[in-house]
Design a protein around this ligand. Sequence first.
Ligand code: NDP
Ligand code: MG
Length: 388
Amino acid sequence: MRNVAVLGATGSIGTATLDVLANLPAQQWRVWGLSGHAKLSQLADSVAKLTPAPELIVTSSAKAAAELDADRWPSSSRVRVGAEALVELAADPAVDIVVAAIVGRAGLESTLAAVGSGKRVALANKETLVVAGPVVKQQQVASGAELLPVDSEHSAIFQCLQASQTPAQRIILTSSGGPFRTWTADQMREASVEEALAHPTWQMGPKISVDSATMMNKALEIIEACWLFDVPAESIEVMIHPQSVIHSMVEFIDGSVIAQLSPPDMRLPIQYALTYPERSVCPAPRLDCGQRMDWTLEPADRERFPALALGFEVAAAGGTAGAVVNAANEAAVGLFLDRKIRFTDIVPACRRALEQHQHERHPTLQRLIELDQWARAEVQRWHCGANF
Ligand code: NDP
Ligand code: MG
């Protein structure tokens, strides 16, 4: 029996994970514990479908927990409230696999706890690697944790790398280009929240949808790839592939390029991170090989999408750069979603935070957390001073 903890079970990745687990053999897979934050009524609905009931339910928002009728939880489950309880769930000795699917820096402590306690970690929460890559790697080496990518591009790279024992020479990260792939810079200046959230190929949570529109998501993924695959930023290329079928490619020393393909559906990479090295029948749709398929690959436009250059720079700088840029991005995306700043203010806010901070090469976790708070406060300050 493999006991799984789903952190962020109410989100886009979390619900897809519960669907995957519902389709795996019940005698081998169990949702041992799960967490939700604001959407606790939805969490209770998901819990009601689980047999047996989970051992541990974490409601990280105390405010939302107080608003929900306690009778909604099964009597056999333990219910823990508050952010600290996420760490308890992630590190519980009964848990074999942690799916880290909380969005943003809020997932940092629980993801680190899962890595630190030697679990298999199915990692969706890329921000943890961006903020604290060196700390994650140190803890992984010390604990023997397995870090398996959920992000579709990184799952693709992970699958392609299995084709050879010789290290890859180049990684080609694909990107759909997001909703503004063909927009001019002037059009993007006027982009609304609704337009930024309308991703052409993927259904995702709001934060990552905006990140895809600015291409900060690709920037975060460049950094994520450096940490996951231990490669320098110079060995990574980004190519635009609007159909989101080729999830990424790897080039080997002999010039052979291996790619992984499947329709855009996160259930496949989620399931692979759970079942690796085995494969199992998956509820995600399959490529329809009887159809004509027009797939295109084109270079990324770094002028219209300045986030890309920022991603390469931060990946090469390491140290404190990732924590500062990630925090500025989270704060700016929040302001954009609240309709307080323009879409085109987001990436300049990240660059400004990067340039205004004092870079340190080997920060402690405590320092990274301090800088996360500093960068968020700076973005708020610029907003209040009408400095956008
Ligand atoms: P969603 O916004 O859909 O879900 C986020 C989850 O995190 C929800 O369960 C939410 O709870 C929970 N959460 C939010 N804030 C907090 C908090 N302060 N403390 C604890 N839990 C919190 O996001 P996604 O599922 O889209 O993304 C999750 C992660 O996966 C992100 O890091 C993203 O970059 C990554 N990812 C997502 C992909 C996708 O297709 N969606 C693809 C690749 C990576 P609640 O809803 O109850 O408030
Ligand atoms: Mg991705």
